[in-house]
Design a protein around this ligand. Structure first.
Ligand SMILES: NC(=O)c1ccc[n+]([C@@H]2O[C@H](COP(=O)([O-])OP(=O)(O)OC[C@H]3O[C@@H](n4cnc5c(N)ncnc54)[C@H](O)[C@@H]3O)[C@@H](O)[C@H]2O)c1
Length: 342
């Protein structure tokens, strides 16, 4: 029975890692994969380990989370190789026969472990990607991010503002321009299909429906997800119509984080439709929205001018957002809890 070893940070796991592990598994009976994380890293080790468990459910692949705060390069510590041997031996149940890497350090490491080194793809020709490239500009390297972890890297852009400022049409235009998906305002869909007039009890199902559609849409997004409003808007309307609040909603309206918000101003004509009734309150509604943004501690971009001008401004902003690095906030336990649909 041959025993192979792969070690990595998987910060984050990508398709190159999947290639390495798949190839390694073909060459041995049992494979141990050590997921090594450090406290200071921006994606928590616990989450990386959970992702790896989901990516490799094979019972012959043993995943082990290593939290030793070891030196990272030989020049950092004269005992570097001894330290790593100790870590590896204390986290593997059996003697390692083969070490699989795509690294030059595979040779010296296999020597101290007393095993054979099998180099898989030093030049990374098969899957030309590194984890640092993904951290730097995830959207540019979307194809190499495993599908199940993509939602964590999606850049969510919310369009906010009072009634009749062009949110829905701008959201659709942006989604089309950037060839990605968007979610409509759930309240509209919900209320249009309701026979009786809206009442206070509608707000919780609206909020839950909106969040659920955000979570679902992030799974198939190609990197940017446009949201026609979010729970902050639901919170503002609940206050305006009923002077009321729902703790579940408030916690998420204020706690959920988005890559960016576009705040649409009221400098275009108000258009009546069957769900709108606040045409006389445009100024005061804008003030309520601005207060809510402040309360939620959200930065935003103003979007003003006629429809064409709004479109131009928004596209320019989104192009900048596309090139941003990963956002460490997306990986916090708190955000995962708020987005988790129990
Ligand atoms: N630098 C050294 O000399 C050295 C020596 C021993 C241990 N370590 C430690 O080992 C741990 C893991 O190291 P890491 O930085 O290599 O982890 P990593 O997550 O970057 O990579 C894990 C493995 O996947 C391989 N890989 C990455 N991209 C690939 C691709 N596109 N195609 C095929 N294979 C690909 C890597 O070569 C490596 O073998 C770290 O904590 C590190 O400090 C480092």
């Amino acid at each position: 029975m041959t025993h192979g070893l792969v070690l990595g940070k998987f910060y984050p796991p990508h398709k190159g890692h999947i290639h390495l592990i798949t190839e390694a598994k073909k060459k041995c009976d049992e494979l141990t994969v050590l997921v090594c994380s450090l406290q200071r890293e921006k994606i928590p080790g616990e989450l990386r380990f959970e992702w790896m468990q989901n990516l490799f459910p094979d019972p012959k692949i043993h995943l082990i989370w290593v939290q030793d705060e070891n030196p990272q390069y030989p020049e950092e510590d004269p005992d570097f190789w001894k330290v790593w041997r100790r870590t590896i031996e204390s986290h593997t149940k059996r003697k390692v026969d083969y070490l699989f890497t795509s690294e030059e350090y595979g040779d010296p490491l296999s020597k101290v472990l007393g095993c054979t080194h099998t180099l898989i793809d030093l030049e990374r020709n098969s899957i030309p990607i590194s984890a640092s490239q993904i951290r730097e500009t995830p959207l540019k390297h979307w194809q190499w991010i495993p599908e199940l972890i993509r939602p964590y890297f999606v850049k969510r852009i919310v369009l906010t503002g009072s009634e009749s400022v062009g949110k829905t049409s701008l959201t659709q235009i942006l989604a089309k321009h950037f060839q990605t998906n968007w979610i409509p305002e759930f309240a509209r869909e919900y209320l249009e299909s309701k026979e009786n007039p809206m009442d206070e009890s509608d707000f919780l199902p609206i909020a839950r429906g909106h969040l659920l559609s955000e979570v679902e849409a992030a799974k198939t997004s190609n990197g940017i997800l446009f949201l026609d409003t979010d729970l902050l808007t639901t919170k503002v309307y609940l206050e305006r119509y009923y002077e009321s609040e729902i703790p579940w909603l408030t916690e998420r309206a204020l706690g959920l984080k988005y890559e960016s918000s576009l705040f649409l101003d009221i400098d275009i004509p108000w258009i009546q439709d069957q769900l709108r009734d606040l045409g006389e309150e445009r100024e005061s509604m804008r003030t309520r929205f601005l207060q809510a943004m402040k309360e939620a501690n959200r930065d935003f971009y103003w979007i003003r001018g006629d429809y064409r001008e709004r479109e131009k401004q928004a596209i320019k902003i989104v192009k900048q957002i596309q090139n941003l690095p990963m956002n460490p906030e997306s990986f916090t336990k708190e955000l995962r809890r708020l987005r988790n649909f129990e």
